[in-house]
Design a protein around this ligand. Sequence first.
Ligand code: ASP
Length: 590
Amino acid sequence: MAFLQRTRSNGELRVQDAGQQVVLNGWAHKVRDLGSLIFVDLRDRTGIVQVFIDPAKFQLDLRSETCLSVSGTVRERTPETKNSKIPTGEIEVVAETVEVLGESKPLPFPVSDEEQMANVNEELRIKHRYLDLRRPTMYRRLAVRASIIRRIRAYLDARQFVETETPIITKSTPEGARDYLVAYRLEPGKWYALPQSPQQYKQLLMVSGLERYYQIAKCFRDESQRADRQPEFTQLDLEMSFVTQEDVLQIAEGLLTDMINGVVAEFGLEKEPVETFPRFTYDESMRRFGCDKPDIRFGLELFDITDIARGCEFGVFKSTAERGGFIRGVRYPGGAGLSRKQVGELEEFSKEFGAKGMASLGIENGALKGSIGKFFTEEEQSKIMAASQAEEGDLLLFIADDYNAGNNVLYRLRLEVGDRCGLRDPRVLKFCWVLDFPLVEWNADENRWDAVHHPFTGPKDEDIHFIDEGHPEKVRADCYDVVCNGLEMASGSIRIHRADIQAKIFSLLGIDAATQQERFGHILEAFSYGAPPHGGIAPGIDRLVMVLTDTENIREVIAFPKIGGGYDPLMDAPSTVDEAQWKELGLKLK
Ligand code: ASP
């Protein structure tokens, strides 16, 4: 049956429209039944407008979230009933007809009440995601997401990139996670894997001569879930031929800057414009910030007093320095006034991340104050103050440990101090590049070398000799990450494009010749038909939306996410299947 279709959007009506005859469609956001008067806030995706219903004229029992078509006349509200909080607050629509398009059962949660929604169980929200997404905040996140993708396409299309789809049911492409497998009906015992990324396909497209490729790509990784992870997530996947690292950096930085500044302006987001990305080498980032994803919205860089500590009287510092460890620290501006309890909290925090202990010293009257202060001579004290750039009233926090273990605590401690001092301003988006990652790292559990990025990352030409010399840990890769506010936003590299070097790296990673042929024979063969030098990068779309919408949970920026353990409460997936389907796939449950 035909219904009265809207002539105007709810959110756009203003006082200039007074006297106009309109038809509106939408949902009853809030219903206020005052007996002799009924007010309905009618919502569509553009906003809310107040509809006045005279109960004497209509036989209605309106629940929230009923879907309606209303026709009526726009009228200016009396001065005392105007609402300056909403853009349509100067007017209301006096209903002449009200048509119920879809009735609503009692709701599982109060869709229209943002404050209460903050306390609703997440599983319940996702089970009724279609209702959850009716909330303007959720709609806005999806709209920001769509704008990001639209702008990415526009930027790359204008630069002769060719958007190309690659298969979802395919062979395993390792990115360091477990694969999702799909059974193959025609030959029981054989499996497809869902791609952890389109990495191999995009490289094959470079061998094909596509030269510039991109795709808004779904990636599938069966790994433990965290606030910023989902079993399936979206990347902008990009690859270019005949390029150096510098070319990829320029394209990616130009794209991200342009896109983000565009989205910020379009939605009026409270963000300062994104500026040029500073560059850090991996070593520099580890030294200055303790991690490869530095938050550079604030300073408080780590400082090192290992050399000073070597000669000091404080046993823990001295012995750590003597056995080749490090004594490094973070400055807490104005922290000398913290209570014992507050300092204790910081120590507990450090221990959570593996610290054996945390020492601290305040700066009072130009000298180091604290239980360990007495172990340092005057000269050592002034050297410590210089190394840490300490000022009167600061507190210095020290961790004495191996470089890596110490960094793992210190980088978090620095962020914690940044948070406590209000230095991590959400209005500021500070992007940077981290370059020259090591190619491999030692996996002590498995007793083998693992790729730091993935096995297709190119080693720096000048470092390849370290492999034959038995020092693969010294090999740097032509590999780069984009980081924003302490979050990894993108990873990429210049790739290996020679079959002999690719085979050498596979061997280094403990993949023997037979396995190389079985798993990667296709790419080794492709590289033997005139493969061009190539490289690329893949920014995570979900994380970009998170950063732009100030969301800390990836599930909030995905229309239909999974909850912990990869469960989808809306579709009830994963779920059991008929025994007949098992049989057809040649499978039996053990
Ligand atoms: N495939 C890589 C990843 O998912 C990105 C890249 O190297 O382009 O991290």
